[in-house]
Design a protein around this ligand. Structure first.
Ligand code: SF4
Length: 288
């Protein structure tokens, strides 16, 4: 269908959208470019100045974008994703670098992603490293995963610290000194916080760092047998406070100035136990 708007109006609407800054704050950082648009028979130039697209006189461009007015209309109506037109379907012919194509894609992003993520204890998605008898589900904790999916969040699976530091069946229990175990957990926790920071820098919401209560490693509000796992006592009762992995992660987050990250735990459900529904409701209320 022929576009009803003039090319000038279409490009102006697109330029305004690019300047609305709904995109990631990094998308236009340190990016100085001249963009030439060729739309139908018409030509227009933009400069990127301090993160904004500004109309410009004719200059030597680093990027050239060519398309029909109808393609711009489709993009503005939300019927076509800018980067898809540029990279996949070829409806926008592009001359420029790979890096510039991606920058443009993120600036004009309008797909369905919500930029909302949670970080989830590994064994909720993959129960295989879980302690013997600890899996009420065949592969993943289906009701919890289902709830997270319904909340529209991306799920980032954290590493299982016991698997990576003690082996799948934890055969190194009792062989590592407390400091060795903590160091191994700390390195993994630092990797998680690196990812958290990257999401935050790019304008995402991190809505939860979800541990598993009462794991001595991944518990958040309560743990069981933490001192036993560290080899420093023989107390296997439940105690308030975070497990070793979460504790290390919280310390790293704090040291990096991330003092308000939403850590919380979901208590595991053992075979034959009930109570999952109320736990899921709590999760839902936090994330909706
Ligand atoms: S609670 Fe943590 S350490 Fe234990 S199996 Fe799950 S992910 Fe691994």
């Amino acid at each position: 269908m022929k576009s009803k708007r003039s090319v000038t109006d279409l490009l102006e609407a697109l330029r305004k959208r690019g300047n609305e800054r709904s995109h990631s704050p990094l998308a236009t950082r340190k990016w100085q470019r001249v963009i030439r648009w060729r739309v139908g028979e018409e030509e227009e130039f933009w400069k990127v100045v301090e993160g904004s697209f500004v109309p410009s006189e004719t200059l030597t461009p680093q990027i050239t974008l060519s398309c029909t007015p109808e393609v711009l209309e489709k993009i503005l109506n939300g019927d076509l994703e800018f980067f898809v037109a540029l990279w996949a379907t070829g409806e926008i012919a592009f001359e420029g670098s790979f890096a510039d194509a991606f920058r443009l894609g993120y600036v004009f992003l309008s797909d369905r992603r919500q930029r909302r993520v949670v970080f989830l204890a590994h064994c909720f998605l993959n129960c295989n490293p879980r302690f013997p008898g600890g899996c009420a589900y065949e592969g993943a904790t289906v009701p919890l995963i289902q709830t997270l999916l319904e909340c529209g969040v991306g799920i980032v699976q954290m590493p299982c610290p016991e698997f990576l530091c003690l082996g799948l069946e934890k055969h190194l229990y009792g062989e590592l000194e407390e400091f060795e175990l903590r160091r191994c957990f700390r390195n993994l926790a630092a990797g998680v916080i690196d990812q958290v920071e990257e999401y935050l820098k790019n304008g995402h919401q991190v809505l939860g760092i979800i541990g598993m209560n009462p794991s001595p490693s991944c518990g958040v509000e309560v743990t069981k047998g933490k001192g036993t796992m560290l080899g420093i006592d023989a107390d296997t009762s439940e105690k308030e406070g975070p497990g070793v992995f979460m504790e290390e992660m919280q310390m790293i987050a704090e040291a990096r100035g991330l003092t308000t990250l939403p850590f919380f735990g979901v208590r595991r459900v053992l075979p034959g136990e009930s109570g999952m529904e109320s736990r899921l409701e709590t999760v839902r209320q936090r994330l909706m």
